[in-house]
Design a protein around this ligand. Sequence first.
Ligand code: AMP
Length: 121
Amino acid sequence: MTQEIYDTNNIFAKILKGEVFCEKIYEDSFVLAFNDVNPQALHHVLIIPKGAYMNLKDFSEKALDKEVVAFYKAIGKIADKLGVTDKGFRVVSNHGKDGGQEVSHFHIHFLAGEQLGKKLV
Ligand code: AMP
């Protein structure tokens, strides 16, 4: 089995380092959230941990409890901030090649602001 290594130059790592601009929606000590450059819904926010985790499995296995808690709490805070908590939203995480993951820094897509179709992101 090949052991994947986190690429410190992936685009989200560059955003975290401040080398690439993002439209920030939310930030705390462990989490950053920003608008997707290619939105698939009225609100399309990417939520990422600040730690270097490649995907959902990597994050769930290696992240500290406080990182995991902050990450999941951020979802509700972002929903409130965007005013979509009552109307609803969707979160999606693509994992690996078959999952369609393009950026190998763990992230979830937060989609809202309109009636969402069956398949998105
Ligand atoms: P995924 O296919 O789940 O890895 O999703 C990667 C997402 O990152 C895509 O929806 C892209 O549109 C988005 N993306 C790529 N580069 C940037 C960037 N510089 N700023 C914001 N979103 C980006």
